[in-house]
Ligand binder design. Structure first.
Ligand SMILES: Cc1ncc(C[n+]2csc(CCOP(=O)(O)OP(=O)(O)O)c2C)c(N)n1
Length: 249
């Protein structure tokens, strides 16, 4: 009988700290599958963020460094420049990447650093108890905007993929989601493509994954997936925002 499902070798057999319904685990698995399929297990270095995924190294069996809040692109820049033969990726939430780390990510993309960024956008600061993030939707409730985010007070959500795709140093930017099996498959494909951009030395690549945080959204896991589809996807349209093929190179 053909084996159709198993745990990737580089996902460690360990207890998860993520909440039920959290989609970080799906994204971890997609990274492990992509790295293994591409034969990069022994030469991949991950940079873990602050936030719930600070413990990514407990699950992914690659070399890892944990960076301070928002500094993962700077750490990845240093690692990649010293070890150009390695595949270097950052794994960052929206609080990490789009709040304190905004300058870091913009400048890493502008410089065309040959790194891959996996950006998990759950529209909230998950680990610290559900505060508003730059990506929180207008009207979405959080502990720091209990009646819903008001644009007049807190501004509008940052669309990171759209913003970074304007920069010449970025070679591949795609936004995907992990709410349905079809979307998860597409997300896996995008992550492979982002790593292949790095292997081909094309410059900065990023995959934004629209994700859930059922605990801090105050929903059960199924409600969170429906909320993602109905509220996150209209605000964060899926698709390829930039590809080196579009750029004609
Ligand atoms: C330099 C620094 N500033 C602030 C914090 C506090 N902090 C830890 S996690 C976090 C929010 C992370 O949210 P996000 O990046 O969206 O990740 P999630 O937990 O939702 O996966 C904050 C503010 C910190 N650990 N370090």
């Amino acid at each position: 009988m053909d084996k159709v499902f198993s745990r990737p070798r580089s996902i460690k057999d360990t207890l998860m700290h993520y909440c039920p319904g959290c989609t970080h685990g799906i994204v971890h698995r997609l990274i492990a599958e992509a790295v293994e399929d591409m034969g990069l297990e022994d030469t991949t270095i991950g940079i873990a963020p602050v936030g719930c995924a600070v413990f990514a190294y407990n699950y992914l069996d690659f070399d890892f460094i944990q960076a301070a809040h928002g500094r993962a692109p700077a750490v990845a820049t240093g690692v990649k420049r010293v070890l150009p033969e390695h595949t270097v990726f950052t794994y960052q939430g929206d609080g990490d990447l789009a709040a304190i780390g905004t300058a870091e990510i913009v400048h890493a993309a502008m410089r065309g650093e040959n790194i891959t960024v996996i950006f998990v956008n759950n529209a909230i600061y998950g680990m610290t108890g559900g505060q508003m993030a730059p990506t929180t939707l207008v009207g979405q409730r959080s502990t720091t905007c209990q009646k819903g985010r008001e644009a007049k007070v807190s501004g509008y959500p940052i669309r990171v993929s759209e913003m970074l795709s304007q920069l010449d140093g970025a070679c591949y930017i795609e936004r995907v989601a992990c709410d349905t099996p079809a979307h998860v498959r597409a997300a896996g494909k995008a992550i492979r493509k982002a790593f292949s951009a790095q292997v081909e030395e094309r410059g900065f690549s990023m995959v934004e994954v629209v994700a859930t945080c059922s605990t801090n959204w105050g929903m059960n896991p199924q409600e969170a997936l429906v909320w993602l589809k109905e509220n996150m996807l209209p605000a964060y349209p899926l698709g390829v925002y930039k590809s080196w093929k579009d750029a004609g190179s």
